[in-house]
Every structure is written in structure tokens, then in C-alpha cells.
Design a protein around this ligand. Sequence first.
Ligand SMILES: Cc1cc2nc3c(=O)[nH]c(=O)nc-3n(C[C@H](O)[C@H](O)[C@H](O)COP(=O)(O)OP(=O)(O)OC[C@H]3O[C@@H](n4cnc5c(N)ncnc54)[C@H](O)[C@@H]3O)c2cc1C
Length: 339
Amino acid sequence: MSEEKWTAFFRHAESLGVRVERNRPMANNTTYGVGGVAACALAVTSRHELQEVAGLLAAHPQIPVAVVGRGSNLLVADEGFDGVVVLMSYAANEHAIEAVGDDIVAAGAMPMPILARRSIALGRAGLEWCVGIPGSVGGAVRMNAGGHGAEIVDALVSAEIVSMKSGRWATIAASDMGLHFRGSALSPHHVVISACLNTTVRTDESVDIDEVVTWRRQHQPGGRNAGSVFVNPAQGEGSAGALIDSCGLREFAIGGARVSEKHANFIQASDGATAADIVAVMSHVQSVVEQQTGIRLRSEVCMLGFNDEVMQAFADPRHSDGDRIAQAQRVCELMGETQ
Ligand SMILES: Cc1cc2nc3c(=O)[nH]c(=O)nc-3n(C[C@H](O)[C@H](O)[C@H](O)COP(=O)(O)OP(=O)(O)OC[C@H]3O[C@@H](n4cnc5c(N)ncnc54)[C@H](O)[C@@H]3O)c2cc1C
């Protein structure tokens, strides 16, 4: 982005009273704990602030935008991101969760483990698995997060979304969101404000949350990672983790990044790790798995600030399918965006 465009943007932000942070280090906003700075960060703590930010960004459509929740599925380049990050802060007055008939309506910034526990406290069942996902409700909708045999698409009724392109707020039905395995038709400039999730009455038979937590501790590593790095390939081709394991890549390391000993689809970052180390491990894993099995693994982790070559190497080619493009266009239409 040219200095001129940034100057105009910052001036406009100031005139609206929107608090901007320039050159925000992003490492602390991701569970990997690596990466460079975002040229600008807008921390949003209320609906009102989000409305102002949406208006501001809609007036500067040439500025790249990325929404950041808990950063648990995010890898930021060491070179940083020459755009605006909207940080969905979990502020005290936005902890809203409400039971509406059979549904639970939860704020987009709410951490998934809190959603799980509070839906139980409200006597509702079906969201217990969310206790194992260290992301936010908004990030989970965007990614169609899942685990323990369930995923967001099973429960999602609708989501309230704001567009950073048109500034418009709308409630979009789940059926219009193109939810697929670990992804959706939402674009980077769409922010999930709240999600409406269908639940049932909790009974003695309902899932025990402690069992979910115990299973996670037994099967997944702690420390700095972003969960599964690669998307599972097509049905019948095995899980990404099993493929990586079959190629003997557990504990393969470059610099401060290492394939987890406990789960082969996790990459662990240690002190001194860089985003480049993680990408180097990803590239090696991708290339060895392709050589040995003929299957090209694609990134499940969202990558921010990387050059086109890196983005292309890990992008899922299914994103270019006609159906997926049509679904993404449909969401943009519903959000009042001119193409
Ligand atoms: C230890 C560990 C275990 C994990 N296990 C699982 C698992 O079992 N299953 C699973 O599916 N995932 C898993 N993950 C990955 C991750 O927790 C999920 O993808 C989660 O949904 C990401 O939410 P987030 O708020 O952290 O999103 P971020 O990492 O902040 O962002 C991820 C994507 O969501 C977008 N986004 C974030 N917030 C919003 C919002 N409010 N509105 C619109 N878009 C938004 C971002 O722009 C980005 O594209 C795991 C991660 C870790 C670290």
C-alpha cells in the first residue's frame, strides 16, 4: 500500500475517533507466537466500535483486511501484513450468550470452550465438543470447525455478519454460507458478530465435557501450534496426519519448527521459531507426502502476509470450483456488495 493511501486512511480513522494501532506485532495474537507486524490493527470491543470500523473500511476498499479471533488457526508471515487486522477482542460487555427456544445465540468473539460450558449451564446439549476448540465462535463459523464427530454446520442456523466492504449488517442462513470441510464461503472482509446454534435439552445421556478434554490431552500436543496444519484429503485417501506419519515425518524439524511427535498433522513452534521455519517444514512435508503417495496436501491453517508463490503452494484448488465461487458471490450479494 502506498504511503499516501495509508495517510488518507489514518486521517479518516482519526476524524471518526477510531483507535488505530500502527505496526502491531502479531505474534501475541496467534497460538504459533510467530510472525511480523500488521501495518494497522483495529481492536474491536463492542458492536458500536465494529460498526464504526466497518464504515471506515468500507470507505477504503483498496486496503486489504483480515479478521483475527483467537489466532488459533493463523500463521502470519515474518514480513508482516500490509493491511488492516480487525482484532475481535473478547470484551466484558460482549460475552453475550442467550438461549432462544432450542437455539443458543453466542457472540462471535466468544471463545469456543466458554460457549461449551455456558450452553451446558443453560441446560442445552450438542455443543459440548466445542470445549476442545481453542478458537472463537466467529473463527469456528468461518472455518466450519469440528471435532468428536461434530462440526459447526451440524448446529448452525444462521450468523449475523457485517461486511467491511459495504458496511452492511445482515443475518445469513447457514444454508447460504457454503460451509464445507474446514471452510466456508465467507470472505476475509466478512466478520461474524454472532452465531445462532441449534441445541437439544441436556440429559444424563449428553456428552461429558471432561471426557472431551481428557481425549484432547491424550491425543494432541500442548505448546505452540495451530492444530491440524493440512486439510484431510478427499474421502478414502486417509487423514493428513496418517499420510504424514506413513512417510516417517514425525519429529522432522527445521529451525524452531517441528512435526509433533504426538500428532503428525501438528507443527510445534519453539522459542526462536519463525514463520519461515514453519513454512519450510510445511513445504518439506507436502513434497515428501506427494512424492511417496501422489497426494498433494493443502493448508488448513490460514496464511496471512505471504507472497503469491507460498499462497499458491498451499491453497486448496477446490476454492476455484465453480460451486464454491458461486457460493462466495452469493454471500457478497447478500451483504450488499457490488462485484
Ligand atoms: C491445539 C489446537 C487444537 C485445534 N483443534 C481443532 C479441531 O479439533 N477442529 C478444528 O476445526 N479446528 C481446530 N483447531 C483450529 C482452530 O482452533 C479453529 O480453526 C478455530 O475455529 C479458529 O478460530 P480462531 O478464532 O482462533 O480464528 P483465527 O485463527 O483468529 O482465524 C482463522 C480464520 O477465521 C477468520 N475469523 C476469525 N474470527 C472471525 C470472525 N469473528 N468473523 C469472521 N472470520 C473470522 C480469520 O479471518 C481466519 O480466516 C485447533 C487449534 C489448536 C491450536
